[in-house]
Design a protein around this ligand. Structure first.
Ligand code: FNR
Length: 420
């Protein structure tokens, strides 16, 4: 109702409430490369479309004449009562959308009481995000590196920086066939973007140093977060060489290339198996959630192996073209998990009615991806805040119009299945 009151009083929102208009406004605000990276999917983008189409197979039953004047969006997740069932999904390289990147997202999430999952590919080191938004509830997302020492270091840092849980993303052991990026010849990582968790990591810098030593025969390259960052920034922007002698040295040094090459080597491992996951327990005592689970058998195995949560996701359709849409498999996964661990849902959520449907089908929490990146691109922190507010406001309205007063009471009785 705050949203309506603000609207009718003439205050114009910073971002469109209509999902299609939100995407179009982001397209206008961002460079073609940045928009392509964020909006794009794998191949012919049939999974992106299928994620949306899956929602059309469900309809919400309106149920009037029940007193719904007091409504509660609260949800319990990882043993904590949360004000809402919304999460911000981990999105890498948000410097593409806005210079404040993850700092703006973390601030907006904290202001709205929504937990934020910091991506392994975030643009700001996790310690800086934690230091600047200490009140925010946050999780850290790990891409399982080919280097176990690096995995251990990243998880140690996440724990020290106050992460509540670790989300291990499993669907990116190979990078998807990203056609928009391929056609533009644009992959942000190769330009040194989205690798801040690595360049700020002592184990990673050791790996870069070893590579520098072997490629230049004991080079004098100084491998510190500052020199890597300065080198990358100069390489990326072609900045005028007006800085200190050490900056000028960096321009000639192979450091940015070495850091990016090292990153590309260790980013992930296609050899990862279920057996490896046990190692994570020796690196951290935080709860472990598996993201990228789409098959009910994998969900059941995750619970059997003692994992603490299952995150149903197909990476927003960015990995396999013509993948299984997540909403279609959510009910079977919820059935197999049988309430033993929380089930997070994402891929295709664009508004509060979508969130309502996923919750009715048994999701514990619903995560938002691209829409908040669009908000960030259009209006920075304010934009992210408004996108979150809009999803929650629509969820609240949908809840009440369906004759329900609490998110925890939402189940399949609120839905009608269509044949679509
Ligand atoms: C992602 N996603 C993602 N997932 C992850 O585990 N780590 C990451 O670094 C990223 N990075 C990333 C960047 C961008 C630009 C997008 C769009 C997505 C996937 C993300 O967490 C989530 O699963 C999807 O975005 C959900 O789908 P929707 O809401 O975008 O349809």
């Amino acid at each position: 109702s705050d949203v309506y009151r603000a609207g009718v009083s003439g205050a114009r929102p910073a971002v469109p409430t209509q999902p299609g208009a939100l995407e179009e406004a982001a397209r206008a605000a961002l460079s073609p490369e940045a928009f392509a990276y964020i909006a794009g999917g794998a191949g012919a983008e049939r999974t992106v479309a299928a994620n949306r189409a899956a929602f059309a197979r469900w309809q919400v039953w309106p149920r009037p004449l029940r007193d719904v004047s007091v409504r509660d969006l609260g949800a319990r997740f990882l043993g904590v009562d949360r004000p809402t069932p919304l999460l911000l999904a981990p999105l890498g390289v948000m410097e593409l959308a806005h210079p404040d990147a993850d700092l703006a997202v973390a601030r907006a999430a904290a202001a709205m009481g929504v937990p934020y999952v910091l991506s392994n590919q975030a643009s700001v080191p996790m310690e800086r995000v934690a230091g600047s938004v200490p009140e925010g509830a946050r999780l850290f997302q790990l891409y399982w590196s080919a280097s176990d020492e690096l995995n251990a270091s990243l998880l140690r840092r996440a724990e020290a920086a106050g992460a509540e849980a670790i989300v291990v993303t499993l669907d990116t052991h190979l990078l998807g066939w990203r056609t928009r990026d391929l056609d533009l010849g644009y992959l942000p990582f190769t330009r040194g973007m989205g690798i801040a968790q690595y360049t700020s990591d002592p184990v990673f810098r050791e790996l870069v140093r070893a590579r520098a030593g072997s490629s230049t025969g004991g080079s004098k390259v100084r491998v510190t977060p500052k020199t890597i960052a300065a080198g990358i920034s100069i390489a990326r922007n072609g900045a005028a060489v007006t800085g200190s002698p050490s900056l000028r040295g960096n321009l000639r040094s192979p450091l940015p290339r070495l850091a990016v090459e090292t990153f590309l080597d260790v980013f992930s491992t296609p050899a990862l198996t279920w057996d490896d996951l046990a190692k994570a327990r020796t690196w951290t005592s935080l709860p472990l959630i598996l993201k990228g689970i789409v098959h009910p058998d994998d969900a059941a195995r995750a619970v059997d192996e003692g994992l603490d949560g299952v995150w149903v996701s197909n990476h927003g359709g960015r990995q396999i073209d013509q993948s299984v849409p997540t909403l279609d498999v959510l009910p079977a996964i919820v059935e197999r998990v049988a309430g033993r661990v929380p089930v997070v849902f994402d891929s295709g959520v664009r508004g509060g009615a979508d969130a309502f449907i996923a919750l009715a089908l048994g999701a514990t929490m619903v995560a938002l991806g691209r829409p908040y990146a669009y908000g960030l691109g259009i209006a920075g922190e304010t934009g992210v805040r408004e996108v979150i507010r809009n999803v929650l406001a629509e969820l609240d309205v949908t809840l009440g119009l369906a004759g329900l007063t609490a998110v925890r009471d939402v189940d399949t009785a609120a839905l009608r299945r269509t044949d679509g």
